[in-house]
Design a protein around this ligand. Structure first.
Ligand code: URA
Length: 426
């Protein structure tokens, strides 16, 4: 087949700070998906975009072209639908209580999730610590769970935005990930292709976040909200703090345990606060601002949805969750107040204990991770346990302790508390 364009011309346009035409974007994404544009050419284009940016119109077209590279689902015939996407945080297990909670409120939640890579955890890894639970569903199976339960958490199939799958892997090895137009189009192509009617974005900022600076988080949120809105998906973003891990667990099975506590009406206050804030946004975006989700955590209805959702995918909601056999406790060095608990360092330590993977094909130690006993602002006594590290491999403790060096600070007074939800972008 004769190609109607040449990749070199497209790269040169962006290299010279020009604006890519709709036709150039459609062609280059399609030709890359077909294997006509080579990885080295796409790498050069990604780097040119990284350095020179994209206009709002270019980002919208780039997103549309990535959606068009694969199948597009549509679940809106099921009634009001909503989904949530988090840009990734430490101890961020919010999807687990949130999906059944919103489903119990009568809004359908088609949640396609990912696995962890590097220091960030993945929802599918957490869910897979439940015995028997299966992440991969066919489209028909996904529809059945949505019909029966109202919410589903599963893996995105290979047919969804295949251009993004290829490009994201390439960006990962060419240092072109941290680029707002490319991140926004990558996330939103998958979310729009998934066929939800509304979307709530949890854009994290702080040391444990992808976007450490608040100004970058705001710019990413603005770009993603505009993309969703332009594509006809009602989209709202919350900017939330990610300097300290969420809740008291970082890992996989321990995060499931904490999520179940929230569904049982308990759990740490920050996890409950963010779950409810996001649930309210999802309900409002789906046209149900009148529904208050809070009572459903107390009266067992969200728990009932969770149990049915887990069982529908082969999981046993009553099975004991794995706990790694080896543990070491980190204690407070002196009397005082814990002032800082560095989210990224805690994540790296949990990852080194076996909770995360370095390569896609690596296994995860579901029972490994960190249980926190104290959070910033709390007073401690010398020798008091601050956190427990768990692993199945003794050799892993040393590198985990190295990651924790300098992660905890103590003082005589607590620092002023930071709000968890910093802003709302519409
Ligand atoms: N998550 C994605 O799906 N894509 C990105 O580019 C970054 C985070």
């Amino acid at each position: 087949m004769t190609e109607r364009m040449d990749a070199v011309d497209v790269i040169r346009t962006k290299r010279d700070r020009g604006t890519l035409s709709h036709d150039q974007i459609d062609w280059v994404i399609d030709a890359y998906t077909r294997g006509v544009v080579a990885d080295e050419q796409m790498s050069a284009l990604a780097m040119a975009i990284f350095l020179n940016g994209m206009t709002r119109e270019e980002i919208a077209q780039w997103t549309a072209a990535m959606i068009a590279s694969g199948e597009r689902m549509d679940f809106r015939f099921l009634g009001p639908t909503s989904d949530k996407h988090s840009t990734g945080g430490v101890g961020d297990k919010i999807t687990l209580p949130l999906v059944p909670l919103v489903a119990a409120c009568g809004v359908t939640v088609p949640q396609l999730s990912g696995r962890g890579l590097g220091h960030t955890g993945g929802t599918l890894d957490k869910m897979e610590s439940i015995a028997g639970w299966r992440a991969s569903l066919t489209n028909d199976e996904m529809l059945t769970v949505l019909r029966d339960v109202g919410g589903v958490i599963c893996a995105a199939g290979a047919g969804l935005a295949p251009a993004d799958k290829k490009l994201y892997a390439l960006r990962d090895i060419t240092s072109t990930v941290e680029c707002i137009p490319l991140i926004a189009s990558s996330i939103m192509s998958k979310k729009i292709a998934e066929g939800t009617g509304s979307l709530v974005l949890d854009v994290k900022t702080g040391t444990g976040a992808f976007m450490q600076a608040e100004s970058d988080a705001r710019a990413l949120a603005r770009t993603m909200v505009d993309l969703g809105t332009d594509a006809g998906v009602k989209t709202v973003a919350l900017i939330t703090d990610m300097n300290t891990p969420l809740g008291l667990t970082v890992g996989n099975a321990n995060e499931v345990r904490e999520s179940v506590e929230v569904l049982a009406g308990g759990g740490p206050s920050d996890v409950v606060e963010l779950t409810l804030a996001l649930a309210r946004e999802m309900l409002a975006a789906a046209g149900r601002p009148d529904v208050d989700p809070a009572p459903l955590l107390q009266n067992g209805r969200a728990m009932d949805s969770w149990r049915r959702m887990v069982a529908a995918q082969g999981g046993d909601p009553d099975a004991a969750l794995p706990v790694a056999p080896l543990s070491e406790v980190v204690t407070a060095p002196a009397d005082g107040v814990l002032t800082v608990m560095e989210a990224r360092a805690i994540a790296v330590a949990a990852w080194r204990l076996g909770a995360g993977r370095a390569r896609k094909e690596d296994p995860v130690d579901f029972g490994a991770g960190i249980d926190l006993h104290v959070k910033p602002g709390e007073r401690v006594r010398a020798g008091q346990p601050v956190m427990t590290l768990r692993t199945s491999d003794e050799a892993k403790f040393a590198r985990a302790h190295e990651a924790l060096e300098g992660a905890l600070s103590y003082g005589s007074e607590a620092l002023p508390p930071r709000p968890l939800v910093i802003d709302r972008i519409t």
